[in-house]
Design a protein around this ligand. Structure first.
Ligand SMILES: Cc1ncc(C[n+]2csc(CCOP(=O)(O)OP(=O)(O)O)c2C)c(N)n1
Ligand SMILES: [Mg+2]
Length: 365
């Protein structure tokens, strides 16, 4: 099995498949690989990825119907999200960006909470810390120093807790990325910097986001290992994350993982990718779809068939419908407009809040 340290070397070219890949797009496992993920593990990951993919379709439709304010499509990135979280302990922290739904669900976040958040209600995030997950981070890259702080605090307390932070290729151009990774390298914090390189930051392609050939190689400058993995391969993502978590727990510091993947849909429901990328590119990546790949693997092992697929889809549909119904019943607390921004409101916001309370006319507590 290739060592992930080798993958930091600049000569590796992911476009030529030169990255850590264990399950190829035809669902074939690299020769000699045994015991990485059991059949039960693969089935679990497959089911959560299908649930995430079906939720994506539903959420897109709901946004078009005016039932969600905006939506951030997840399709194509399910393997990277699920297999990384699956490699962690339940006591480890997940510090999300916003495109890792399969991972959140695997951690135990309820779909109704996700829909509540997506409906613009901050109450949806309220429970995330109970699952050792911080709320979603919309300001790009700002969650990276938070993850370093969380893991550094755990280290100082003598806990064996790791923090895994998700961020995109675009986030690597933010100061927060460089500050966070540098701090982690110097203080050997138990952090996993997990970059979802989905090739695009809205309309900016990865090729002009940075002059580095890979994102993984940036680790070298900070004195930490970097690994370039096929982000559409649950086996490779799981192995790289597991090794990074083991290193972190052993006091050896952080790892930067670049998961090479693709955003199949638009950036958000406010975006039209036809303006900046070709159909040929989209078609090329569809052939590497992470879910279809696992299905092929399961089919070869006779662990799955169309009947089971139909049953799973029917079950997911019900789970999604129930979650939507629950989320749509939740009444907004209008005071939340002023909550969650600051520990203490600024003078200007305090004045606005007083005025706002008067407009509510005493109808809300
Ligand atoms: C600090 C900041 N600048 C700009 C934006 C607007 N914005 C939202 S998503 C995005 C692109 C992020 O790209 P990437 O990090 O690759 O993540 P992806 O959306 O591809 O998952 C930008 C520029 C923002 N949310 N925060
Ligand atoms: Mg991106």
């Amino acid at each position: 099995m290739p060592s992930y340290f080798a993958m930091t070397i600049e000569k590796y070219d992911p476009e030529k498949g030169q990255m850590l890949q264990i399950l190829d797009p035809d669902g074939k496992l690299l020769k000699g690989v045994k015991g990485l993920l059991s059949d039960a593990d693969v089935l679990k990951l497959y089911q959560v990825m299908v649930l995430s993919r079906m939720t994506d379709k539903k959420a897109l439709a709901m946004q078009r119907q005016g039932r969600l304010i905006t939506y951030i499509p997840q399709s194509g990135q399910e393997a990277a999200a699920a297999a990384s979280v699956f490699a962690l302990e339940k006591t480890d922290w997940i510090v999300p960006a916003f495109r890792e739904m399969a991972g959140w669900l695997l951690r135990g976040v309820r779909l109704s909470e996700v829909f509540t958040y997506l409906r613009g209600n901050e109450q949806g995030s309220k429970n995330f810390p109970n699952h050792k997950m911080t709320p979603l981070s919309i300001p790009i890259g700002s969650q990276i120093p938070h993850a370093v702080g969380i893991s550094w605090a755990a280290k100082l307390r003598g806990e064996k807790t790791v923090a895994l932070v998700f961020f995109g290729d675009g986030a690597t151009s933010e100061g927060d990325f460089h500050e966070g990774v540098n701090f982690g390298g110097v203080f050997k914090t138990p952090t996993i910097f997990f970059c979802m390189n989905n090739q695009w930051a809205i309309s900016v392609p990865r090729t002009i986001q940075t002059a580095s050939k890979t994102i993984a190689q940036k680790a070298v400058a900070y004195g930490i290992p970097g690994v370039l993995v096929d982000g559409n391969d649950i086996f490779a993502v799981h192995l790289a994350t597991k090794e990074a978590a083991d290193r972190a727990r052993a006091g050896k510091g952080p790892t930067l993982i670049e998961a090479y993947t693709y955003r199949q849909g638009p950036h958000t429901t406010a975006d039209d990718p036809r303006k900046y990328r070709t159909e040929a590119e989209e078609a090329k990546w569809l052939c590497k779809d992470p879910i279809a790949r696992v299905r092929k693997y399961l089919d070869k092992k006779r662990l799955w068939d169309d009947k089971r697929q139909a049953a799973l889809e029917a079950e997911c549909e019900k789970v999604i419908e129930d979650a939507v119904e629950e989320a749509e019943k939740i009444v907004y607390n209008p005071h939340d407009i002023f909550n969650y921004h600051y520990a203490e409101l600024t003078q200007e916001l305090k004045e606005q809040y007083e005025e706002f309370k008067k407009t509510l006319g005493g109808t809300h507590g």
